[in-house]
Design a protein around this ligand. Structure first.
Ligand SMILES: CC(C)(COP(=O)(O)OP(=O)(O)OC[C@H]1O[C@@H](n2cnc3c(N)ncnc32)[C@H](O)[C@@H]1OP(=O)(O)O)[C@@H](O)C(=O)NCCC(=O)NCCS
Length: 161
């Protein structure tokens, strides 16, 4: 399933993430994740020219995404929707925008890692068309100095012949 039509939703728009967005981005990041990215992680992504987009409705930041371009592939590094706005289709809109950008970069695959415990995110990705391809053992830090496995998922971006 690919939700291309969602990009036409008139009530929200995507904007390139700017350094001045980072206070609002971090406010969401810190409520959405047990192990959030730091300001430095976002600043590095901006400095490196990664795909980094904020999704806004008027003045409200709904969510954001960060991705890195590779050789014929894109790696999704962060996708987050504000907790109060989850379940309304906004992640699908971010994924649609990322797929469109990736195809412009000639990417053929979109890759991501997700915590094995993050069933909600995996469900969203699977419904979007991502397939589970492997497991990276002990990839993420977890509580009490433990580690958590990452599920690696990929989406084929090649247009059907
Ligand atoms: C994972 C995460 C990004 C998903 O974001 P989300 O905005 O809640 O996801 P969406 O709403 O786009 O997911 C689609 C769901 O919205 C529903 N939906 C609601 N309104 C919709 C609309 N107008 N159009 C399309 N779908 C809509 C869909 O039916 C679907 O529900 P279902 O999967 O239960 O059937 C979000 O939960 C999050 O930020 N989590 C914390 C951070 C995180 O874990 N990030 C991922 C790390 S790998």
């Amino acid at each position: 399933m690919n939700a291309q039509a969602l990009q036409t939703r008139p009530d929200a728009r995507l904007f390139p993430m700017q350094p001045e967005d980072l206070d609002a981005v971090l406010a969401i990041e810190q409520t959405a994740f047990s192990h959030p990215w730091t300001r430095g992680n976002f600043a590095d992504a901006l400095a490196n020219g990664y795909w980094a987009q904020c999704l806004r409705h008027q003045d409200e930041l709904l969510g954001y995404g960060v991705a890195m371009s590779g050789v014929q592939e894109t790696h999704l590094l962060n996708i987050t929707v504000a907790p109060a706005r989850q379940g309304q289709g906004w992640a699908l809109m971010l994924l649609d925008a990322l797929c469109e950008w990736s195809r412009h970069q000639q990417a053929q695959w979109l890759w991501l890692e997700v915590r094995q415990s993050n069933q909600r995110a995996m469900q969203v990705y699977a419904r979007y068309g991502f397939e589970r391809v492997s497991l990276r053992k002990d990839y993420y830090p977890a509580d009490r100095h433990l580690r958590e496995h990452a599920v690696v998922m990929s989406l084929c971006l090649k247009q059907p012949a």
